[in-house]
Design a protein around this ligand. Structure first.
Ligand code: ATP
Ligand code: MG
Length: 434
């Protein structure tokens, strides 16, 4: 992709209505554009990150047999009246009327709809277990939308819904999902902290929140410092809680091991048994022909919030530092002197080689997951502006092409995170990324 063609309207000035780093950097980096309070348009750089995150999420969901669907964003109110949540959900729900005066709503979540799809087709134990997921938009009319996409009103969520024949099955599904979440977040370059959301309720409701450490987080986490060395299995039982669930008198963590930090909730998994299947009278027949209400769980990941959370946990005063796995591009080529023939030749040669020799590779929206992708800053702007933009949008590697070094057949390879710079020949740098 050529930067001169990319729609990434970067700005120098700090936006007036943004207070935390991720919000400021997403606006300044030309990733999002505000439409209304808590509602944002997503521009090409952000869409590429969404695609990267979604790809990782889908791979880990598919691996555990969870199958991708698309439920609807507009749901009939009848389903929610049936479950008893229509009134209970209150003002967070955006309610709509169609032209025939029918009651609808914009999905804040899809438990009822997943249960409804299930009951239409699954009538026997043979159809179980079943787990369906989607990556789709939600709307919650939050009282205080804030911090940009961190607490938005319209936001993108991966939500999964599982159905099992009994508690043992549901618990196994829950643990499978737990492990898939740990893996998913780790693949994104994050260190997830699973926090017991409903501690100690064995056999009752199981629930974990997945938190990412960041100073600007809304939750206060209390956790064992040995948590980072724990296996996935241990993580599910290691004590960690958030906010008012912490009680110093009953906390099992030795004083010296207790860590207290701020965190951002990026995922939440629940087991809630037969809550919806009973309320909506959804049952299957077991092996003996008896009616059984399937046991359910639901599992969310805040995809759009994750983008902000990743930036909160990975940035400096110059801009974003994307983890390699989720960066909008893998490498950016900075031609500092686009009017210099030699510089232009070298930059173009590296760019062509990285784009598999395809000069016309101008696609914007769908990043490739198999090859390294380069963003070539071919714009005729000052050296300072070019370097500042590169640091701002935070591509993990910068190939810097300047007049002096090019004369000696060298370019610089800079690591955005460490700032470390290495001189290399153009051929070596091509090999490094091919
Ligand atoms: P919170 O406590 O932050 O309001 P929640 O418990 O309401 O979250 P869930 O219903 O479990 O959230 O939704 C699953 C995930 O969706 C959350 O873990 C979070 O990452 C994300 N999420 C929830 N509300 C929002 C929002 N208003 N804006 C962006 N992401 C959100
Ligand atoms: Mg909420």
């Amino acid at each position: 992709m050529l930067f001169s063609k990319l729609f990434a309207p970067t700005t120098k000035a700090t936006p007036a209505d943004a207070s935390i780093a991720s919000h400021i950097l997403m606006l300044r980096g030309g990733m999002i554009s505000r439409a209304a309070s808590g509602i944002y348009c997503w521009l090409p750089l952000a869409v590429r990150v969404i695609e990267k995150l979604s790809h990782i999420i889908c791979e880990e969901q598919d691996r555990i047999g969870s199958q991708q669907v698309l439920f609807t964003t507009i749901q009939p109110a009848a389903l929610w009246i049936e479950s008893g949540r229509y009134e209970a959900y209150g003002k967070e729900m955006l309610r709509l009327k169609d032209r025939k005066d029918g009651d609808f709503l914009y999905s804040p979540t899809n438990e009822e709809q997943a249960t409804d799809v299930f009951r239409k087709y699954v009538k026997s134990y043979r159809g179980l277990p079943l787990c369906l997921y989607q990556i789709h938009w939600k709307f919650r009319d939050e009282i205080r939308p804030r911090f940009g996409v961190m607490r938005g009103r319209e936001f993108l969520m991966k939500d999964a819904y599982s159905f099992d024949i009994n508690f043992e099955g549901a618990k196994a599904t829950y643990m499978q999902m737990f492990r898939a979440y740990i893996k998913t977040f780790r693949r994104m370059g994050l260190t997830p902290i699973p926090v017991q959301a409903d501690p100690g309720a064995i056999g009752g409701n199981m629930s974990h929140e997945f938190q990412i450490l960041a100073e600007t987080g809304e939750s206060t986490l209390y956790y064992d410092k040995n948590l980072s060395g724990a296996s996935d299995e241990e993580l599910a039982t290691i004590f960690a809680v958030a906010d008012e669930k912490y009680n110093p008198d009953t906390c099992p963590i030795p004083k010296d091991d207790l860590m207290v930090s701020k965190g951002i909730e990026v995922g939440h998994i629940f087991y809630f048994g037969t809550k919806y299947t009973k309320a909506m009278n959804v049952f299957v027949l077991d092996e003996n022909g008896n009616k059984v209400y399937p046991e359910m769980g639901s599992y969310g990941i805040g995809v759009s919030r994750l983008i902000a959370a990743i930036i909160e946990s990975s940035h400096d005063d110059r801009g974003i530092i994307w983890p390699e796995a989720v960066a909008p591009f893998d490498v950016t080529i900075l031609n500092l002197h686009p009017k210099n023939d030699k510089c232009r030749d070298v930059a173009q040669r590296i760019y062509n080689a990285l784009n598999n020799g395809c000069i016309c590779s101008e696609k914007i929206c769908f990043p490739s997951f198999s090859t390294k992708e380069a963003l070539y800053d071919d714009r005729d702007i000052t050296v300072g502006e070019k370097l500042a933009d590169a640091d701002l949008i935070g591509i993990p590697w910068q190939i810097i092409i300047g007049e002096k070094k090019t004369k000696n057949n060298l370019v610089e390879l800079k690591n955005r995170k460490t700032g470390e710079i290495k001189d290399m020949s153009p051929d070596d740098v091509i090999r490094r990324f091919q």
